[in-house]
Design a protein around this ligand. Structure first.
Ligand code: BGC
Length: 749
């Protein structure tokens, strides 16, 4: 009997011990907000602190006792970044983290096709799920204010309406997979140089009309679950803990219920982090606090210093509970979502999506004498010139760098497309960046070539003399001071003496096709000497196939520029007014993270991109919204649903689009609004609607675009509110910002 009792007691003790270790699985039948209250009430102070800061380069802790797993995030925005070690930037050396590289966001924006944004988000979400990531650090929606900005390729162009329209489905698609978006970099991170010190000075009007709309749309319409604070300052406060942009605008005015994540190392001060809206702190060796001590996450501003502040009575737990509540909400939306699918990595459908987006995003900028598409009957000898024809572009550029399962090089895509019917030759033409490594991911390419520029050009010219078509594939790359995080470009011109090369080639062939690989515009002094110009962006895994599809005419180009292609840098407001990169100032404010800041005053105000060139009658090389096709379209017969619009009413514009050429293609109808008589200075016109439509040769269809009062409004600084004035407006409709031939007047009453 005694024996039995003892064993029962032992068994009970064992049960109690294991029950203590077994997570308490909270009732998952209740609505999320109730479950958050329940979880919050059970959490200890330590547990609360642990979930609001990183525990490794890309993860934060869960709450094992309550059944919440760790939370994993990763870059973004073009594919799922390969895994680095727990506390180092070196590669973890996984063999299952090669991904599909989707086209850069500039290319996505250039499709002007929101359904492709949705496809992008979903496909990326599936890759993220397979890789065990709960949040992707993207998309990026900072406005292209200067073509020198190193990270423009990760963003969606210069126009707030286009950017807002394209970001919403990306966020929705990604989050439909139970993977959080983290929209970045909020806000005013419009160039890279001195990004930790730049203090942006901008009018409220430009802030609300140009720089915030895409973030607002991502939050209000896309329902983004997370947003990343930017490195730079605004109103002398770093954007990762900024009273005005985070507490007042994002969480106050827009009612954001998600999590504000710091950019990696962008948090500088516990007091500000506690009070000014930051919810989760990420990034190692923040502020140099740990002086390179490894695993110093307990030293984070939102770790031990915060606990000490609470224990000493400096802080109460009101802010902490708000942060934790938001993090728990993020957990319930992602890691605790039991409906989440498993995901796929490198599936065929992801490659198809990447190719489709690339095909629709590539922009045919110029096509003299209809030199494109390449005529297979005339193309017996094709010469390909240029480093970008043979260089992998998915490695480099900073945090968006990827490790891909495969990347089709332009030269290989062209060989596959034309190799059966033509002889294909290659000439290097110039040597640019031969490094090919980022954080230990190596392209494995040896691009070294010690020949002089003169010799390289001479070789290319010699070969070009015998070629039926010359395809030069050049542009920028993702090395430092090119299209790359951390710095901006130093010059607007093409690097590595490519101008000389192009001029020399143009002299010996009348079938010169220049394919520009970049995320930014470049100077093209030789524009009128080449027949065709194709903007091909950084388009990822399917690059070579997509370029070949377009050059061969298997894909009829339909991309439109998401930014203005200035003829020279001075045609851009930020440079004309010499406001970039700003002026240094001592602050003596170490708490703010640096005792020196550089004030960058956006003196051009709302006049960014085409808003600037149109105001000053400047002719760009290629206008915002420009892009050609291998077929032709007419847009005619503008009809307005009414000549008057009421403040809470809508107005529909209808036009007839006809494919007047000989092959199927797509046209994007663009609607711009002009305020004819306004009480304040307004742009000549602003994009307020667009629709892309595919038509067979000879086919025609009506296209409707509907606007409401918000399309007529400006941000009124006196009342801090959007306002529109009664009176006459004009709708300008066409297929590019410089080709708006249809006009219709209406009045706001
Ligand atoms: C970049 C972010 C990125 C983060 C994590 C930062 O340097 O600015 O865009 O998401 O690093 O890699």
């Amino acid at each position: 009997m005694k024996h039995i009792l003892t064993s029962c007691l032992l068994a009970m003790c064992a049960m109690t011990a294991s029950a203590q270790q077994t997570p308490v699985y909270l009732d998952d039948t209740k609505p999320i907000e109730q479950r958050i209250d329940d979880a919050l009430a059970r959490m200890t102070l330590q547990e609360k602190i642990r979930v609001i800061h990183a525990q490794s380069k890309f993860s934060s802790a869960g709450i094992p006792r309550l059944g919440f797993p760790d939370f994993w995030t990763d870059d973004g925005p073009h594919g799922v970044r390969p895994d680095v070690l727990w506390d180092e930037w070196r590669q973890a050396g996984q063999s299952n983290d090669s991904c599909v590289a989707f086209p850069a966001l500039t290319c996505l924006a250039a499709t002007w096709n929101p359904s492709l944004s949705m496809l992008y988000g979903k496909s990326l979400g599936e890759e993220a799920l397979y890789r065990g990531k709960d949040m992707i650090l993207g998309p990026g929606v900072n406005i292209n204010r200067t073509p020198l900005a190193g990270r423009n390729f990760e963003y969606m162009g210069e126009d707030p309406y286009l950017t807002s329209t394209m970001v919403v489905p990306y966020v929705q698609g990604l989050q439909s997979m139970g993977v959080s978006a983290c929209v970045k970099h909020y806000c005013l991170n419009n160039d890279e140089e001195y990004r930790h010190q730049v203090n942006v000075v901008v009018s409220d009007r430009a802030l609300h009309e140009i720089y915030l709309p895409a973030f607002k749309a991502a939050v209000e319409q896309g329902k983004a679950w997370a947003i990343m604070g930017a490195y730079n300052l605004y109103k002398n406060q770093h954007n990762c803990h900024n009273q005005y942009t985070l507490n007042r605008i994002l969480k106050g005015d827009w009612g954001f219920d998600g999590v504000v994540v710091s950019d990696w190392g962008g948090c500088h001060d516990t007091d500000q982090a506690v009070k000014n809206g930051l919810d989760m702190e990420f990034g190692t060796w923040t502020n140099g606090m740990s002086t390179n001590r490894s695993n110093a996450y307990d030293l984070y501003h939102l770790a031990t210093p915060y606990i000490q502040g609470i224990k000493s009575g400096k802080y109460n737990t009101r802010e902490l509970d708000d942060k934790v509540r938001r993090v728990l909400r993020l957990f319930y939306r992602t890691t605790m979502n039991r409906q989440r699918p498993h995901g796929f990595l490198c599936s065929e459908s992801h490659y198809d999506a990447a190719r489709l987006i690339a095909n629709e995003g590539i922009v045919l900028l110029q096509n003299r004498n209809n030199v494109l598409p390449i005529d297979r009957n005339k193309a017996k000898r094709i010469l390909i010139v240029g480093e970008n024809a043979i260089k992998m572009m998915t490695v480099g550029g900073g945090s968006s760098s990827l490790k891909v399962q495969h990347e089709i090089l332009p030269i290989d895509g062209l060989r596959a497309k034309f190799g059966n019917t033509a002889e294909i030759e290659y000439a290097r033409g110039y040597v640019g960046d031969v490094t090919g490594e980022f954080d230990g991911v190596k392209t494995g390419q040896d691009l070294n070539d010690k020949r002089s520029a003169k010799a390289l050009i001479a070789e290319a010219v010699e070969k070009a003399k015998n070629a039926d078509y010359v395809i030069m594939i050049g542009g920028l790359n993702k090395a430092g001071y090119q299209d790359c995080e951390g710095h901006d470009r130093k010059h607007y011109g093409l690097p590595y003496e490519q101008d000389r090369l192009i001029e020399a080639l143009a002299k010996v062939t009348d079938r010169l096709i220049y394919v520009n690989v970049s995320g930014n515009a470049v100077a093209m002094p030789w524009k009128d000497k080449v027949e065709a110009i194709v903007q091909s962006w950084f388009i990822g895994s399917e690059a070579g196939n997509a370029i070949a599809d377009v050059l061969a005419g298997d894909a009829n180009p339909s991309g439109k520029l998401p930014f203005t292609w200035y003829a020279s840098l001075n045609d851009c407001g930020a440079h004309a007014l010499k406001t970039y990169p700003g002026t240094w100032r001592d602050t003596n404010d170490k708490a703010a993270g640096s005792d020196k800041v550089i004030d960058e005053e956006y003196k051009e105000g709302i006049y960014v991109g085409y808003r600037w060139t149109e105001k000053h009658n400047i002719q760009p090389t290629f206008a915002f919204g420009h892009g050609l096709s291998y077929t032709t379209f007419s847009i005619s017969n503008l009809r307005l649903s009414s000549k008057e619009m009421t403040r809470d009413g809508k107005l529909t514009f209808t036009v007839t689009v006809k494919n007047t050429g000989t092959r199927r293609g797509a046209e994007t109808v663009q609607l711009y609004i002009k305020d004819i008589k306004s009480t304040i200075d307004r742009p000549v016109k602003e994009l307020k609607g667009f629709k892309k439509i595919w038509l067979d040769a000879g086919e025609q269809q009506d296209v409707d675009i509907t606007i409401d009062n918000s399309a007529l409004a400006y941000y009124d600084e006196a009342t801090n509110a959007w306002k529109s004035d009664n009176g006459e407006f004009e709708a300008l409709i066409g297929n590019a910002s410089d080709k708006t031939t249809l006009k219709g007047r209406f009045a706001l009453k």
